[in-house]
Design a protein around this ligand. Structure first.
Ligand code: SAM
Length: 190
């Protein structure tokens, strides 16, 4: 028995909230690991919307999804997560049971292309406004890179002030790890 590490814990949280037939969002596709994980969770009757501002990330994610023959249940957009809701029909917003963000840069790629506090907070705010009770937004906060500290602080400040009657906010972190270890912020819509 051991405590879940950060990435496995992010998936455990998604599993609790996202089931067959639901809609899920991968707000930062990167190499597509979370997109594929979500595509399996939502099953044939659900749908995953994935977003990344880099073509390279969308291509890598598309290949991963195609290899597993999950293209029918996945739609990818080369655009910011701040525009995510524009791509999901309004009548489906109440079916969005989970969204995941991995903040930072695409591993093995240009370290200057990073998630930014304004876009991240805009996206979260819009999603929280439409997602139903009993849904979750999971943020995996990487913050060791240039720009990461500012985003970490802004996102924590934003999440700390969310009305506790509307959103339950969890922080999951190994507090004795060195080197800017990532942590999770989970926002459950109450
Ligand atoms: N979850 C990914 C995986 O499994 O490989 C890793 C994601 S990586 C840490 C962060 C990604 O966010 C990068 O691919 C980057 O291009 C993307 N990104 C940065 N700003 C973005 C934005 N405004 N909207 C969507 N994606 C963004």
């Amino acid at each position: 028995m051991h405590l879940d590490r950060i990435l496995p814990f992010s998936h455990e949280l998604m599993k609790k909230f996202v089931s067959t037939g639901d809609i899920a969002i991968d707000a930062t596709c990167g190499n597509g690991h979370d997109t594929l994980f979500l595509a399996r969770l939502v099953g044939e009757t659900g749908h995953v919307y994935g977003f990344d501002i880099q073509k390279e990330a969308i291509d890598a994610t598309g290949k991963r999804i195609d290899r597993e023959e999950m293209g029918d249940r996945t739609t990818l957009h080369e655009d910011s997560h701040a525009n995510a809701l524009n791509y999901i029909p309004a009548e489906d917003h109440k079916r969005i049971k989970g969204a995941i963000f991995n903040l930072g840069f695409l591993p093995g790629s240009d370290k200057t292309v990073i998630t930014t506090p304004d876009q991240t907070i805009t996206a979260i705010d819009q999603m929280l406004a439409v997602m139903p009770t009993g849904s979750i937004i999971v943020l995996v906060v990487y913050h060791g890179h240039s720009g990461g500290e500012e985003e970490k602080n802004r996102v924590i400040e934003y999440a700390s002030y969310l009305d506790q009657k509307l959103v339950h906010v969890l922080r999951y972190q190994f507090i004795n790890q060195k080197n800017n270890a990532p942590f999770i912020l989970a926002l459950e819509k109450a």
